[in-house]
Design a protein around this ligand. Structure first.
Ligand SMILES: Cc1cc2nc3c(=O)[nH]c(=O)nc-3n(C[C@H](O)[C@H](O)[C@H](O)COP(=O)(O)OP(=O)(O)OC[C@H]3O[C@@H](n4cnc5c(N)ncnc54)[C@H](O)[C@@H]3O)c2cc1C
Length: 493
């Protein structure tokens, strides 16, 4: 063993998309971070293909939205059709900017996305990456965490010491096991074969619209990834041999309704078990988990990675407050309580989608689903609130994501706020903020936004509020209906 005396604020275990996003977030806060990744090089095959407007908004906060826009295509809707081609459920993704200021769906090739995150991390000299470093033991005391690292970037077995550790180490998370966290198995457990293809030539009928073929005989999904790339996913039947089904001749047989070998190159075919599960504990002392390590869902909504990146954005600013600003460790308790309820809402809907795909018989039952008549349903973007956690006051909007309008200068709201908290004052109340409150907020580093904007005006009118305070992750800490009470929102912090 070659012990090192490395000391970091945070060690991230695993450099998938969630570890990469967290490293960028911590880097922006100046937090000394090491990322330990057991693979010697980036994983070259994709899993995730879609992310939503909230995630692009997070990338914007990380200064990476231009780069992400360069590697993505705006996605279109999803239809669920029965074996006769009748549409059962439709999930339109209109090409208009959402309240978050971005489109509701982006398509991408995962290795390209991960490269943007890696390049982003390289902006920060205090963030380092050690490929070829597998964490094999985790021990903690009252002051920090000690990791045993096999490979250790090529230097044998090493020891890394960090004040905090976040395991972003995927579905079979070693960190989760080392924490002794139980799994809440939510019941979905199905093997599917995932087939990625490179088209020889674009085919007009293979549109950007994704399609779930709800056929009890063989459920299948067609997915647009981007120019020249397409994916099909097929549910395994009990009689299928999982090893044989990925043989090229069997894969082409599955694809034969849609495409032939002379039209595309088979990039890979692999069996994944789609699962729904949430870890019962996301933190033990100074060790936490995020992403697939903390929760799993089938990919029918394209939300697994998105949920992990939301974890990172929730946790990042809390770690900043604990590490750099003297906040108590129990602030970190709100990480699981807020995120667990949010991710379960996505898991519940995606599992319902899986049932529709497999049986065509069940209908979706969720707040964001409307009946279109004749047995058809339409889904809109799911936007659940955070679970119980930080809040000031009793406003109904607490825990919801605040929209991102453009300000009169043309600037996007989040670009003005940066990594700070923000006090947003409704147009009607701009001149009634009690003396000293705005000054006090600015002294405490809180962005104060009190500007005329049609979108802000509309939002405040419909919420009945005079002012709100946003956390650095753009979720609403609380709001007041009477501007005279606005000081209480600032005092809370
Ligand atoms: C077919 C399919 C389609 C999907 N489509 C979408 C989609 O469209 N949109 C979406 O949002 N999500 C989608 N998902 C889910 C998404 O792929 C995952 O949620 C996401 O990749 C999880 O990221 P992660 O960083 O948490 O974990 P991972 O990507 O699994 O990364 C974990 C990393 O940790 C490393 N590691 C593990 N153990 C150790 C250790 N002991 N020491 C050091 N390193 C370690 C691993 O090598 C790996 O690099 C899809 C999933 C599948 C299977």
């Amino acid at each position: 063993m070659t012990p090192t005396d490395d000391r970091f604020d945070v060690a991230i275990i695993g450099l998938g998309p969630v570890g990469g996003a967290l490293a960028n977030i911590l880097g922006a806060y100046g937090i000394r971070t090491v990322v330990l990744e057991r693979r010697p090089a980036a994983y070259h095959l994709p899993r995730a293909v879609a992310f939503d407007d909230e995630i692009m908004r997070i990338f914007q906060s990380l200064g990476l939205s231009d780069q992400m826009a360069g590697i993505t295509a705006v996605g279109e809707g999803v239809d669920f059709v029965d074996a006769d081609g009748n549409v059962l459920v439709t999930w339109p993704r209109p090409k208009v900017l959402s309240p978050n200021g971005w489109y509701v769906n982006y398509r991408f090739h995962q290795p390209a996305l991960e490269q943007v995150l890696r390049d982003g991390m390289a902006r920060y000299p205090h963030v380092s990456v050690r490929p070829g470093s597998e964490v094999t033991n985790i021990g903690q005391d009252s002051r920090g965490v000690t990791l045993t690292v096999a490979g250790n970037g090529g230097s044998g077995v090493g020891v890394v010491r960090a004040a905090f550790v976040v395991g972003c180490d995927g579905a079979n998370s070693f960190t989760r096991q080392a924490m002794g966290a139980e799994i809440d198995d939510l019941g979905f457990n199905e093997p599917w074969v995932v087939v990625d293809l490179m088209l020889e030539e674009e085919r007009a009928d293979l549109t950007p619209q994704s399609i779930h073929h709800c056929d009890p005989a063989r459920s299948a999904t067609y997915v647009f990834i981007g120019a020249g790339r397409r994916r099909w996913e097929f549910r395994l039947r009990p009689e299928d041999d999982p090893a044989a089904i990925t043989e090229p001749e069997n894969v082409w047989r599955l694809l034969s309704n849609w495409i032939t070998p002379d039209e595309a190159e088979l990039e890979r075919a692999v069996v994944y078990t789609f699962r729904s599960a949430v870890a019962m504990s996301w933190r033990r002392g100074r060790v936490m988990i995020a992403g697939d390590a903390a929760h799993l869902m089938p990919p029918f909504m394209g939300q697994g990675m998105c949920a992990g990146i939301r974890d990172a954005f929730n946790l990042g600013w809390k770690l900043d407050r604990v590490i750099n600003r003297g906040a108590a460790l129990d602030l970190l308790d709100t990480y699981q309580s807020e995120r667990d309820a949010h991710v379960r809402a996505f898991i519940e809907l995606t599992v319902q989608m899986g049932r529709v795909i497999n049986t065509t018989a069940d209908a979706l039952a969720a707040g964001n689903v409307v009946e279109l008549g004749e047995g058809r349903q339409e889904i809109s973007q799911l936007r659940p609130a955070l679970g119980p956690g930080l809040k000031a006051g009793t406003s109904a909007v607490t825990g919801h994501l605040f929209p991102q309008p453009r300000l009169p200068s043309g600037e996007r709201l989040d670009d003005r706020i940066g990594g700070r908290w923000a006090l947003i004052v409704g147009n009607e109340h701009r001149n009634s903020v009690p003396a000293g409150v705005a000054g006090r907020a600015r002294e405490e580093g809180i962005a104060v936004i009190a500007e005329e904007s049609p979108e802000l005006r509309e939002w405040f009118e419909s919420s009945g509020l005079a002012a709100v305070v946003l956390r650095p992750d753009r979720y609403i800490l609380g709001g007041v209906a009477d501007i005279k009470d606005v000081g209480s929102l600032i005092d809370w912090r």
